[in-house]
Each structure stands twice: as C-alpha cells, then as structure tokens.
Design a protein around this ligand. Sequence first.
Ligand code: SF4
Length: 261
Amino acid sequence: MCPHCATSSGEFKLKGFDPVRLGLRLEQLVQKNSSRKYYRFRATRFYGGIATGDVVGCNLRCIFCWSGRARDDPRLGFFVDPEQAFNKLHRIASQHKYRYIRLSYGEPTIGWRHLVSLLDLVESSNYIFILETNGILLGAFKERARDLSRYTRLHVRVSIKACSPELFAKLTLAKPEGLEYQLAAVNNLADYNVSFHVALFLSYGDDKCWQNLVNRLIEIVGPRIVDNIEPEYLVLYPNTKRRLKFYEKILGIKPRIVYEP
Ligand code: SF4
C-alpha cells in the first residue's frame, strides 16, 4: 500500500504532505548544533569531477529518485561537523584535482546551520560549492536565500520537479502547492542576486505544460532565465526502477523520456 495515498471508492488518491513541515521536522533530527547527518563521502564524475558528501534526509519523496533508504530514514547515517565535512571533501577534491564540491543524496538545505558553516569554510578556499536543491526551504524562508547572497564561491542549482501542481503532487507525493515553493525559491535567489540556474525535470509532462512553467519563470526572473535552463531526465538507477515499479501502477503515470545509467 502506498504510504502517501488514501483510497476513496476503490481509487487511489494522493493525500500530499507539507514539504516545509517535513523539512523542518527532519532538520531537528539530522542536525545537532552545527553537525549534520551524512551517509557517505565520495568522488563523483558530475561537473567534470566533484567531491560529494551524501546527506541524510529529504523533504520530497520523488518517485524517480535514485537515493536509497537514508533519504527517508533520519535514524541512518552519522553526525559530522562542518570542519570535518570540509576536510573530507577537501581531501577527496585535492586527491582527484577537483574544483567543485557539493552535498547530494538528500536535501542539503535541511540542516541550515551546518550548511552555512560549511559555506563559510568553502569561502576561504579555492573550491566552488554547487548547492543542488529542490528549493522548497529557500522558497518558504526568504532569509535563507538572503544568507546565501554573502557567498562568492557558491552556485545554486534549483531542480524544478514538475510543470504543474498536479504533476508535482504525483511525482513528489507532496501537496500540489509545493511547486509554488520551488518557484518562490527562484524568485528569492534572483531578488538576492545569488548565482543560480534552474534544472527542469522534463521526463514527465507535455510541451505545453512545460512552456507554461517556463513562462512563469520568465515572469519571475525575466527572459535571461531561458539562457541557463538545464534539462534533467529520468535515469533508471536501481532505486529509481524499484520506486517506479511501485508507484507507476498506483498513480497511472509513465515517463516520456528515460535514460539508462
Ligand atoms: S530527487 Fe532529490 S528532491 Fe526528490 S526525493 Fe530525491 S533527493 Fe529529494
């Protein structure tokens, strides 16, 4: 049985959780003072090579997500303070001669104190920090976007999960209004002049739906947003396959574009 669905007249209907509430609740569980729960540290090939800290906990439940159990289960992982995290990332980056570092796997904006302390350390290094985020908490709390504006060695990538509120609910299992937080994040980052771009998860939704979404982004940021849009697609990693197998039938939804890893 789908834990985020309810049945009515024999049909599955999404209940949709509040991703801001979940984010704040998780923050209490995966952050202690400025330490945050991690799952592992590793070198990855993205961005031409990037040192990556995989963090525990995300406030969405995307049905196409590649992350494993530590995405949903805050009991997993181990606490790491900002200095330790920076040192681990630095060690990986210098070993592989990488310029970039990031947090991945879960949502890096959950555990704000940890994140800004880590960014303080990055600021006095030669690295660029790529903040890959679903943007929900940056949209809900404008002051978080303002905090980011003081960093010069930071670039934010906001991954927009769907082109309509209905599709957002189906793909993330959160309430449809959650999409508005993602758009508010774009607005807040633009208002505070933070370096950022958006990635659009194009595997679901038709061209008309995505054109409407792009029009909303143009209204928010202006036409320049179009120059930097990154298309993002579903990749059939093992965890993705497992989730899709479960949810596709329940939700009656199929991707239009899919890639093998
Ligand atoms: S795809 Fe990203 S935002 Fe969605 S559940 Fe996975 S980690 Fe969270």
